[in-house]
Ligand binder design. Sequence first.
Ligand code: FES
Length: 99
Amino acid sequence: MSFKIRVSFEEESIEFDCAPSDTILEAARRQDILMASYCEQGGCGACTALMKKGAVSYVRSVRGITEQPEPGDLIRPCSAMPLEDLDLSPLSRWKLYSQ
Ligand code: FES
């Protein structure tokens, strides 16, 4: 079982699968998607994205944002696991390695 993660940035969008036990960052990397990140611990904010649809839980404590986000809230994909299909709009561009 996996969830669909759709990421939209300006005119572009990409979609990939994420197992419920993976963080969004782990799933993106496994599928050759370069996601903005730095600390990978939920603290720096480099990976921050607007969650337009869906729900997540966190594998670790995150700083500066709600730990129980609802659609319309910011999330930290380096530390978030999907609970359902997600529609995200990152604050920094993500891209495919192959492009
Ligand atoms: S990479 Fe630092 S909060 Fe996600």
